[in-house]
Design a protein. Structure first.
Length: 235
């Protein structure tokens, strides 16, 4: 199988269509039609990717996404009938990796699923490869340590619970210490050239990182904003 996908959608016809098309691509597919069931299946099956509708009975997609983000690092692609910038921002804020508005092209959805799962596979391969890296492959900035051998970040000796994309972003910034990096470049190098989201994604993830690595997230000294351009890592 190419991967395990959980589809959460309360519209029966669309749910069946998604299940059928994903199955044809070789994915193992689980389904749920409401928020509580989505949480139950995700916890039991540990899927590689979740397609998550926003308007759901029981718990809406935003709440499901928020809860899952506290428990696992699975990529989440949100589906919604709303075409509203505020909704997209909220989706990113609660931890969604991508966002599609209904009606959508099945071909485009399958392409995004493939891209997200490819990121999962590459991350796992990189983790395996870095596990064999040189012992000296460690970056230290005061009380912040990035152990690239173990894909681990510590602050004051305590391991930080970073999501895979947060880790990738931090490593990219740290490896380019002192260099001003544009949002577009960060998107390309961390999310991949085929990512369809906007620069707001970078801002949201930077804010999450600041909350975990900055002495004072409101006055950051490690990830510094360069107005009108992007960010610079100062360590």
């Amino acid at each position: 199988m190419s991967g395990k996908v959980l589809v959460v959608e309360d519209e029966p016809t669309l749910l069946e269509t998604l299940e059928y098309n994903l199955g044809r691509q070789g994915y193992a597919v689980w389904t749920a039609a409401d928020g509580p069931t989505a949480l139950k299946v995700a916890r039991e099956e540990r899927p590689d990717l979740i397609l998550l509708d926003i308007m759901l009975p029981g718990l809406d997609g935003f709440e499901v996404c928020r809860i899952l983000r506290q428990e696992m690092n699975v990529p989440i692609l949100m589906l919604t009938a709303r075409d509203n910038e505020v909704d997209k921002v909220v989706g990113l804020e609660v931890g969604a990796d991508d966002y599609m508005t209904k009606p959508f092209s099945m071909r485009e959805l399958l392409a995004r699923v493939k891209a997200l799962l490819r990121r999962v596979r590459l991350t796992r391969e990189e983790m395996a490869a870095e596990g064999e890296a040189a012992v000296g492959d460690v970056l230290t900035f005061g009380d912040l340590t990035l152990n690239l051998n173990r894909n681990e970040v510590l602050r004051g000796g305590e391991t930080l619970p970073l999501r895979p994309r947060e880790y990738d972003l931090l490593v990219f910034l740290a490896r380019n210490r002192g260099i001003v990096l544009s949002r577009d470049l960060i998107l390309e190098r961390v999310w991949g050239w085929d990512y369809r989201g906007g620069s707001r994604t970078v801002d949201v993830h930077v804010r999450w990182l600041r909350e975990k690595i900055e002495p004072d997230p409101a006055d950051p000294v490690r990830i510094v904003t360069v107005r009108g351009v992007g960010y610079r890592f100062e360590g």
